[in-house]
Design a binder for this molecule. Structure first.
Ligand code: SAM
Length: 179
């Protein structure tokens, strides 16, 4: 009996690990970025810097499992859009938004080919080389719009504010830019 239970638990853990590995590999090969989600303290810091207002058009470019937009949408009636290259990860975002009862427009696509010029707020947790290639998109934003980056800043831009998050092994940070 105990042996059976141990085997079932081991199988569940192995299946979870395998699913994560598949999602991570897909995300990496399709988009060049790992599927790593923002931690809860990072989400809180990003929302603090974004200073969301009702009706804001908010994009999460590379939205992952949608946690940032769903948390934001629960706090403030925003118009949320998530863009994600990996279909499996986008499915997780769809599930999270449905389960949270938060309306989020989800787009399966490449952030490099996405027009987000109507945004009031843009969230990014992407690698520096990708952020550099998105510069024309950031330059096309309306004056006054806010760009909130997790960990990696916008190459060539000066942040207006930085929140440093202490971590067990690594310091993390969240940066605010204004167009
Ligand atoms: C580090 S995760 C961040 C997820 C989420 N924004 C968060 O903060 O929890 C980056 C996400 O961007 C996606 N991604 C990477 N390159 C992309 C691209 N060119 N277009 C759209 N999504 C991309 C990855 O699949 C991954 O889910």
């Amino acid at each position: 009996m105990i042996a059976k239970a141990v085997i079932i638990v081991a199988l569940v853990i192995a299946a979870g690990g395998l699913s994560f590995a598949v999602i991570t590999a897909l995300s990496f090969f399709l988009g060049g970025a790992l599927f790593v989600t923002s931690t809860r303290p990072a989400v809180e810091a990003m929302l603090q810097l974004a200073d969301l207002r009702p009706g804001d058009k908010v994009y999460d470019l590379g939205c992952g499992d949608g946690r940032l937009l769903v948390t934001a949408g629960r706090r403030c009636p925003i118009r949320a859009t998530g863009v994600e290259i990996s279909p499996i990860v986008l499915g997780l975002a769809w599930l999270r938004a449905r389960m949270g009862g938060v309306p989020v427009r989800l787009i399966r696509g490449n952030v490099l080919k996405t027009d987000f010029s109507d945004a009031d707020v843009v969230f990014c947790y992407l690698m520096p080389d990708l952020l550099a290639r998105m510069d024309a998109g950031f330059q096309a934003l309306k004056p006054g719009s806010r760009i909130v980056c997790h960990r990696f800043g916008l190459p060539g831009w000066s942040p207006g504010k930085i929140i440093v998050l202490p971590g067990r092994w690594l310091q993390d940070r969240v940066l605010l830019y204004r167009r």
